[in-house]
Write a protein that binds this ligand. Structure first.
Ligand SMILES: Cc1cc2nc3c(=O)[nH]c(=O)nc-3n(C[C@H](O)[C@H](O)[C@H](O)COP(=O)(O)O)c2cc1C
Length: 325
């Protein structure tokens, strides 16, 4: 860790310039801990609908669990009503996040179709009101994660960014695609550069970062303060240490899988932690040739000892082999 912060989110220092994306189903407490250990500079929780934050505590609140040493941690919420977003945010402020973020990027119909997620970008007045209320009534910094806009005809990210900044937002993260593009087509890094030139709060660039070289390329192309990595970080926490998967030996991968499993079992219990590791496991093994028969067994076992025996067998066979070889 460097001694000087890389940038500040209002009064919250951030050390480093690569950040794990919020990803529902993936950026849980165990995976965030792992990515943090490899160098993710700041962690976002999976997003939580503010409707779930109005009444009694329910299982969605578990998405806001965090480790005591996980700092800075950003709680991400979404909704379509400014007062409800404020009430939800006020309730979760008691759980001591460092930052609260409003998701204005989710493209799924269930979220955006009811005016939340990227649907908020179609309602600049709602964005203004929400951020005005949040920054007035919360003591933690408030940030926003946006897309380019709804579609190519409505790329209003600069307008929304000015509204965010004008209403006290302390950081803007941009996933450089429209809602219509979902996760397809190339992310528009020029737009991230435009955003950086438009606002003076920190800008986090996001979209299409797959390798350590991409991190530096996105920074150089845009001047953004930090880079957020989503899909390419699944099964690949090494990206936060700026280490390419192709440089890894099988033993290094196996050691990380073990560490991930330990985190999962400690958090979710046995065997549920092992079951939930499966979606990550496929990604840890992606691109490897000749592992399919053992991987199939690892993907069905509910016995952690059996899982370890299978992993060891693979390791004996290919321990020092470099992934790229
Ligand atoms: C499985 C999955 C879940 C996601 N969940 C969230 C979420 O909860 N909140 C959010 O702001 N973005 C979410 N995203 C979007 C990512 O944070 C990120 O913006 C997007 O994947 C683009 O980055 P990438 O090209 O590095 O994957 C999700 C993406 C994926 C693939």
């Amino acid at each position: 860790m460097t001694t000087e912060p890389t940038f500040w989110v209002r009064d919250v220092p951030v050390y480093g310039d690569v950040i794990l994306s919020p990803m529902a189903g993936f950026s849980d407490v165990p995976y965030r801990a792992l990515c943090r250990a490899f160098g993710s500079a700041m962690n976002y929780t999976e997003f939580v609908p503010v409707d779930a934050l109005q009444g009694k505590r329910n299982p969605l609140w578990d998405r806001l669990n965090k480790k005591p040493d996980e700092k800075p941690v950003v709680f991400q919420i979404f909704g379509n009503d400014a007062q409800m977003i404020l009430r939800g945010a006020q309730r979760i402020e008691a759980l001591e996040p460092d930052i609260i973020d409003v998701n204005m990027g989710c493209s799924t119909r269930k979220v955006s179709g009811r005016g939340a997620g990227v649907g908020m970008m179609l309602q600049p007045d709602l964005v203004a009101k929400t951020f005005h209320l949040l920054t007035k009534h919360l003591s933690v910094p408030v940030t926003g994660k946006i897309r380019l806009g709804w579609d190519d005809d409505q790329r209003n990210f600069l307008e929304i960014a000015r509204i965010l900044e004008g209403n006290g937002a302390s950081l803007i993260a941009l996933h450089a695609r429209t809602k219509e593009q979902k996760y397809n087509f190339a992310a528009d890094w020029d737009a991230i550069a435009q955003l950086k030139q438009t606002v003076s709060v920190p800008v986090v660039g996001n979209g299409d970062v797959r390798t350590p070289a991409d991190i530096d390329a996105l920074k150089a192309h845009t001047g953004c303060d930090a880079v957020m990595v989503g899909r390419a970080a699944v099964g690949n926490p090494w990206i936060f240490a700026r280490k390419d998967r192709s440089e890894l030996t099988f033993s290094e991968i196996a050691a990380t899988i073990r560490r991930h499993l330990r985190e999962m079992l400690a958090y979710y219990g046995n065997p549920y932690g092992l079951v939930l590791l499966r979606k990550h496991l496929r990604r840890y093994f992606s691109g490897m040739v000749g592992v399919k028969p053992v991987l199939q067994k690892m993907l069905v076992t509910e016995d952690a000892a059996e899982f370890e025996r299978l992993l060891q067998a693979l390791e004996q066979e290919r321990g020092d082999r470099i992934m790229a070889a």
